[in-house]
Design a protein around this ligand. Sequence first.
Ligand SMILES: [Zn+2]
Length: 42
Amino acid sequence: MIQSSVEFFKNLPPKQCTDCGKKIDEQHECYGNHCDHCLAGE
Ligand SMILES: [Zn+2]
């Protein structure tokens, strides 16, 4: 059975910050692999 692209993206795991492992809000994905907290700490 072939999944649609919509189903594929729905099943992707949430992005996590590479520094602290916190889940990154999807609206911030343009920031890369760091959460707001770690971005602010740089
Ligand atoms: Zn972080």
